[in-house]
Ligand binder design. Structure first.
Ligand code: NAD
Ligand code: AKB
Length: 319
């Protein structure tokens, strides 16, 4: 549109676990008015009052995304709207609709409005047949519907790049640990819930076995990785740009509980595995992030002890 520069940023699914912190980081970096937060939910549902532009937007509504991008001069979309694994497996149809349909909707808008897109993937792309230390490139045969939608998201990104030159970048996020917004219905939520339970009740009943080992990352690192990837020069990025494995930390549920016990006197964790154990068992124990390290220099800052400290300090300050 004449007179509208395409400098603004749109974040979909902005009221979720990642969006809550990504919007804050993007506003610090680019200025509050440059970052439009959006979600299907009303902003009033969010505990924290949001400073800055907010619109209610269903990612399945392609026309509204296109209109918003044209009217506001949006040049980049961080597409976070999705259903996570546990919620997705309970409602496979909606999971496919939102995760695949929503991604197509955003990519179609990208085609029409020349947008750059960040579209996250997940360690859920790997299935039980993948090596337990998952390499960047291996067969992707997830056993969850959620994982299938993430594999499809990566292939759609490649398709839109090859066919229409759309710059879509993504990270196969591991389980993300944070305290500013609740975890959104995933299998790795135990690694978030355990902290609040430790502080408030001195006890947590964990829904996976103690020996369940999964790759995990503190949210500050996840946000840093996201911004680094989006800032990386395009010619540094190879064929994995739609779904990078990134180096992170890998620990069992028992190791996490033990690390919390060292900081919270008397904390006790019991284990009562439920259906989410099956999803966790189908995912890798750890991931090889050497391609991301080589191409855009990624390395995490927080190890397990530092994550535990940051979470307990953060939650105590909030209470
Ligand atoms: P979340 O569940 O916390 O947030 C997702 C947001 O999307 C919610 O606020 C929800 O209201 C919104 N939403 C749902 N349907 C929508 C629709 N039709 N239109 C608009 N908004 C809609 O999820 P998150 O943890 O912030 O995850 C964001 C992305 O990162 C997802 O693609 C997820 O698969 C991926 N990811 C997250 C993790 C993690 O541990 N948090 C790990 C791997 C990948
Ligand atoms: C989930 O558990 O569903 C997410 C993920 C690893 O994609 N945290």
């Amino acid at each position: 549109m004449l007179g509208v520069t395409k400098e603004k940023i749109l974040v979909t699914g902005a009221l979720g676990q990642i969006g809550t912190e990504l919007v804050e980081a993007l506003r610090d970096k680019h200025g509050t008015s440059s970052v439009i937060a959006s979600d299907i939910r009303s902003v009033k549902e969010q505990k924290t009052t949001r400073q800055g532009p907010y619109v209610t937007l269903d990612v399945l509504d392609t026309d509204s995304i296109i209109k918003l991008c044209n009217d506001e001069g949006v040049g980049t979309v961080y597409h976070l709207a999705a259903l996570l694994s546990a919620t997705g497996e309970k409602n496979p149809e909606l999971c496919r609709k939102v995760n695949v349909g929503g991604t197509i909707s955003v990519f179609e808008a990208a085609k029409k409005c020349s947008l750059r897109v960040f579209s996250p993937s997940s360690i859920a792309v790997f299935g039980p047949d993948a090596p337990k230390h998952a390499p960047q490139i291996t067969d992707l045969n997830p056993s969850t519907i959620y994982g299938e939608t993430k594999v499809r998201g990566e292939s759609l990104a490649k398709e839109y790049l090859e066919n229409y030159g759309i710059d879509v970048r993504g990270i196969r996020y591991p389980g993300l640990i944070s305290y500013k917004a609740p975890a959104g219905g995933g299998t790795t939520d135990y690694a978030v819930e355990i902290f609040e339970a430790a502080i408030n009740h001195g006890h947590y009943e964990c829904f996976v076995r103690p020996d369940t080992r999964l790759p995990m990352l503190y949210m500050d690192d996840a946000i840093k990785a996201t911004l680094m990837l989006m800032d990386a020069p395009n010619d540094a990025l190879g064929p994995s740009k739609a779904g990078y494995n990134i180096d992170c930390h890998s620990f069992t549920a028992q190791e996490l509980a033990d690390a919390i016990s060292q900081e919270v006197d008397g904390f006790k964790c019991d284990f009562a595995p439920d259906i989410r154990q099956k999803y966790a068992d189908s995912w890798p124990d750890s991931i090889d992030g050497s391609v991301a390290k080589e191409e855009w220099n990624w390395a995490p800052n927080y190890d397990l002890q530092e994550i535990v400290k940051a979470m307990l300090d953060g939650l105590s300050e909030e209470n």
